[in-house]
Design a protein around this ligand. Structure first.
Ligand SMILES: [Zn+2]
Length: 268
């Protein structure tokens, strides 16, 4: 009996610190086992709400690039970057909704991300029909938007372009026509990228532009939105931006920094 009690006590002592650490650390299973736990290290985005949407998903892979004999699917890369971005925003105290989700694929470090059709729109099957597919994600955003009293709510749509192989592109930032707040955020993002390029690729310069674009998701979703095109999935140099995990993380970090700058400008 005594030894059983001792054993139980030992077990308890081993388990307690783990339990309390889990309480302190926040947990998002979508990030995958290695990254699920995170801590809020800064309150700088407290009060801000984000609806993060990775382009395509489910039956629709989006653009497809060829890389070392393998296919790169837009939806997988956009999703990985969105997860990384969401984690950065959460660490800064924001509320984050992942509109497109994959129950199995967390944050991944491989160069070639395996393709799947598993993605859902917050648990719902993504339809193949384009308008139905886009309206579904807008409906999900608008429902959450209606329920939230935050004054700063932003929908962020992340895509990767497909152009001719020879065309290297920068990151492009689009906002809905006439959206002053969309434009403000797009400009902050552009400015952040400009600064980063000056530091990391001084000979290259950054030519990514901000412009209005009459896109379905920007038109039909109610919160202020920006739509990002992160590069040309066909171009070998742009592919480096995507296949190197550190580069995907850098993109996420820079987007998060631009968002912080925008939130500091005005919490509306
Ligand atoms: Zn796309």
């Amino acid at each position: 009996m005594g030894s059983v009690r001792k054993l139980l006590l030992l077990l308890l002592m081993a388990v307690l610190p783990v339990l309390s650490a889990q309480k302190k650390g926040h947990h998002e299973p979508l990030f995958g086992k290695a990254n699920a736990t995170y801590s809020v290290t800064s309150p700088v985005l407290k009060g801000a709400v984000f609806y993060l949407v990775s382009g395509h998903g489910g039956p629709d892979p989006g653009c497809i690039g060829k890389y070392q004999g393998k296919e790169l699917h837009e939806d997988e890369y956009a999703y990985d970057i969105v997860l990384r971005l969401g984690r950065e925003l959460l660490k800064r105290g924001a509320t984050v909704h992942f509109i497109i989700q994959d129950a199995k694929d967390g944050i991944r470090n491989e160069a070639v991300l395996k393709n799947s059709k598993r993605e859902t729109c917050m648990g719902k099957t993504i339809p193949l029909n384009q308008v139905a597919r886009l309206q579904q994600r807008c409906d999900a955003i608008n429902l959450l938007h209606r329920k939230s009293k935050s004054t700063y709510k932003r929908a962020i749509f992340v895509h990767i372009d497909s152009r001719s192989k020879g065309e290297q592109t920068d990151v492009f930032f689009y906002h809905a026509p006439g959206s002053a707040h969309g434009k403000r955020l797009a400009r902050k993002l552009q400015h952040t990228f400009n600064t980063k390029y000056d530091r990391h690729q001084p000979n290259r310069g950054f030519r990514g532009t901000v412009s209005e674009r009459n896109l379905y998701v920007l038109r039909k979703s109610n919160p202020v939105g920006v739509f990002l095109e992160l590069g040309n999935i066909q171009n070998a140099r742009d592919q480096k931006r995507l296949v190197i995990a550190d580069n995907r993380q850098a993109l996420a970090n820079w987007i998060a920094e631009g968002i912080v700058a925008d939130f500091k400008t005005g919490k509306k």
